[in-house]
Write a protein of this length. Structure first.
Length: 135
């Protein structure tokens, strides 16, 4: 855990970034850790079920694993924010997440309403902020 904190702090202190970039990086690292928890590779009590608790019903083991890999992928995209020519890939990652949650929330009713709405609005706000700084 200390090594992760060192890597994150070192990355943030060696570059000049805007506040939204700090948030995107932190969100990316958190997503990777959450994904590893979903896969059963890590056991961090706070993160173990953060994403899985959004769903109305308990996830099947294969669904948990697919969610874990998806969350890791999203996290990796967000960690690479600075290396993208523009923020397009990061913006799309947040828009796709918002669409996925919205789809599950309203079409299939598999996501808890309060958590789903917060995630959708947050994703749209972050995508907008990333678009603003990349323009």
């Amino acid at each position: 855990t200390c090594m992760y904190i060192y890597i994150i702090c070192n990355r943030f202190t060696t570059t000049t970034m805007k506040p939204i970039q700090y948030f995107v990086y932190a969100n990316g690292y958190c997503d990777v850790l959450c994904g590893l928890c979903l896969l059963g590779i890590l056991n961090i009590p706070v993160l173990n079920s953060l994403h899985a608790n959004m769903f109305v019903d308990e996830l099947f083991p294969i669904s948990r694993r697919f969610l874990g890999f998806y969350v890791i992928l999203q996290g990796k995209v967000r960690i690479g924010f600075e290396s993208h020519k523009k923020a397009d890939l990061v913006i799309w990652s947040y828009l796709i997440e918002a669409f996925m949650i919205l789809h599950e929330l309203y079409i299939h009713q598999t996501i808890l309403c309060d958590k789903g709405v917060i995630v959708v609005l947050s994703c749209l706000w972050i995508a907008h902020r990333c678009y603003v700084i990349s323009s």
